[in-house]
Design a binder for this molecule. Sequence first.
Ligand SMILES: C[S@@+](CC[C@H](N)C(=O)[O-])C[C@H]1O[C@@H](n2cnc3c(N)ncnc32)[C@H](O)[C@@H]1O
Length: 286
Amino acid sequence: MIARALAAAALAFAGLTCQAQSWAWDDGTVPFVVSPEEVVDRMLRIADIGPADYVIDLGSGDGRIVIGAARRGARALGIDIDPSLVERARNNAASAGVAERATFVAQDLFDTDLSKASVITMYLLPEVNLKLRPKLLSLAPGTRIVSHDWNMGDWEPDETIELRTPEKPVGLGGKSRVHLWIIPADARGRWVAELPEHGGRWEFDIGQQYQSVTVRATVGGGRDLTVRGTRLRGAEVKMVITGLVGGKPWNQFFRGTISGDRMAGEVLVSDGDQQRTIPWTATRRK
Ligand SMILES: C[S@@+](CC[C@H](N)C(=O)[O-])C[C@H]1O[C@@H](n2cnc3c(N)ncnc32)[C@H](O)[C@@H]1O
């Protein structure tokens, strides 16, 4: 039965289209297919993995992503449901000389505690990614998620690269995608900052879906400004806002970091002739 499920899931994987193979996927089964080494390298690079990281690869196969992360100095854990693959991955880590930093556990990825990871990597299936999504979204802001090929439905990646991978063992066309998501902080709500030296009271009304934010900004008791661009990346917020401040047209580039109900950073203000940087903090009003 398991062999049948794996065979059907492998067919679905090879088709690279989302067809209704639900009986093969509903049990969380994903076939063993390796990521080409070049894709592994891109996955590690897009997440900027280094010695400070703790990486968990969900469905670690022969261990190549975990071993690659350990080679970059990170501590890394591979989770695979197939004990023979866990055994193989441990041997590969020992041969690569990274067994101290690369560990492997045979268990279901859905039973795995992800809370300590700074990076999660995976090469699974679309349905499995979607099933994992709520758990991923509850991780600490700034945690990086990297997926080979499959996306997360309407949760757009922060970055995607595509590369030709003629050696890829599945699919047609010999291409791979690598997606990166950065778990966003909760930025929603009305934030108030006092900037006596530049406009007085600033208010930011922030709406949020995943890492995408919409901002309405007012200054000096109600004047609406133009929000030209925003970005939320982990806990880091950027907002570029233009308009009349104190009766003169100004450009403001706010950068800040969210920590609970406080946001703090610097704003670069410029009017074309002069510019200066002012520290700012905002608090969230309930
Ligand atoms: C497509 S392979 C990816 C292997 C490796 N991460 C790579 O990119 O080369 C998916 C792996 O997930 C494992 N797997 C499938 N379902 C799983 C589950 N529920 N829990 C843990 N591992 C699972 C399979 O045994 C297989 O090794």
